[in-house]
Design a binder for this molecule. Structure first.
Ligand code: AFP
Length: 367
């Protein structure tokens, strides 16, 4: 481990505790009545999506576990409207923003999707937790000048949170499937640990994961095919028909839970993506706490991650819940698909990619 990162040990200890608890909640959700929608369908998160009971519970479990690590300054989550931070009042007592208690002296910022793929959960399909850890960054270049509605704490909170993926110091996921598998990187390689339920501990089972340089599986929601950008339509047609670089026909696997699809891609190789389509020009996945941590991890395993024309890790987020098209996987496969995008002359697609990289794609909304 990078010696400078020894301090995040306490964050990882807390994360492990949280994902063990979530694993248990997922396994017992049918038995304990934790299936279905929060509030009978009345609970909607900031992105307008219905929340499952387990979305809300998992978010609480993570927040509670990360509480008092003494290392975190800010937390952002899919299930929180805005990043939350704690400040000390003039007597030195913590004043809470949201209901997370964190230490103002904390050096790190945690971003997470507590239960990714939760729409699958009541059918027993694999789901996961995604997380990323940044160092605090008050030098962030996000332009907040014209946002008078933000108070000082909110402004600082946002500046700390809105960092490009290349600033991540750690990232990973926990997959709740036939086994519970924790895969993470501290910026020098990727390791995978399986929860041994007999002793309640994670055991190193996948040391130094390296993604195969080339795969033969593609993983996209093909129902959206006719609304994709043309380069992607052409690429998929070519690999289906054995007209791609390998001259072999690819096969398709799609679970619809990013963590599960990325885990398979990491181990078996190939390509996974949630691209832009006509209805969603920025795709579906969230940049800050889905695409960026997964891209960081995949790059650490020797893979690549792109939004089509741009490296995901270079894209500066402008909003906490900003979406981004995301294609990642084996390096040779991603290089191949990138050539299709690079050859495009579609002015609208080119403008979209350029704006995203400049950080002009979305305006910061008041939190
Ligand atoms: P949910 O958390 O709402 O189930 O969404 C999961 C997800 O964000 C990601 O894990 C999947 O890759 C993607 O959405 C699946 O989306 P589609 O259902 O549109 O294919």
């Amino acid at each position: 481990m990078n010696p400078e990162l020894e301090e995040i040990e306490s964050i990882f200890t807390s994360l492990q505790t949280a994902v063990k608890a979530i694993s248990n909640l997922v396994r017992t959700s049918s038995l304990k009545g934790n299936t279905g929608l929060e509030g009978g369908g009345g609970a909607i998160n900031v992105q307008g999506e219905e929340q499952k009971k387990l979305d809300v519970i998992s978010n609480d479990v993570l927040k509670k576990a990360l509480r008092w690590t003494g290392r975190l300054a800010t937390i952002a989550s899919e299930e929180e409207d805005s990043p939350v931070q704690a400040i000390l009042d003039n007597r030195g007592n913590p004043v809470y923003s949201g209901d997370v208690v964190v230490d103002q002296e904390g050096q790190y910022v945690a971003v997470f999707d507590p239960l990714d793929g939760s729409s699958n959960i009541d059918a027993g399909i694999p789901v996961g937790t995604i997380f990323g850890i940044f160092q605090q960054n008050d030098e962030c270049e996000v332009n907040l000048d014209d946002d008078e509605s933000l108070n000082e704490v909110e402004r600082r909170c946002l500046q700390n949170t809105l960092q490009p993926g290349k600033n991540l110091v750690a990232a990973g996921y926990c997959l709740y499937s036939s086994a519970t598998t924790l895969v993470f990187t501290l910026g020098c390689g990727v390791n995978g640990f399986t929860l041994d339920e007999r002793i309640g501990e994670f055991v190193l089972t996948h040391p130094r994961i390296v993604i195969p340089p080339r795969g033969k599986i593609y993983s996209f929601n093909e129902a959206n095919r006719w609304d994709w950008d043309e380069p992607l339509q052409n690429y998929i047609t070519d690999i289906q028909q054995g007209r791609g670089d390998t001259k072999t026909k690819y096969t398709s696997r799609y679970i619809g839970s990013m963590v599960a699809d990325v885990h398979r891609t990491l181990l078996y190789g190939g390509i996974f993506g949630y691209p832009a389509d006509k209805k969603n020009p920025d795709g579906k996945l969230r940049l800050l706490y889905e695409a960026a941590p997964m891209s960081f991890l995949v790059e650490q395993a020797g893979g690549l991650a792109t939004s089509g024309k741009n490296r995901i890790l270079d894209i500066p987020p402008q909003q906490v819940h900003q979406r981004v098209p995301c294609i990642l996987g084996s390096p040779e496969d991603v290089k191949e698909i990138r050539r299709y995008y690079e050859a495009t002359t579609d002015p609208e697609l080119i403008a979209r990619c350029e704006a995203r990289l400049k950080g002009t794609v979305a305006k910061v909304v008041p939190v």
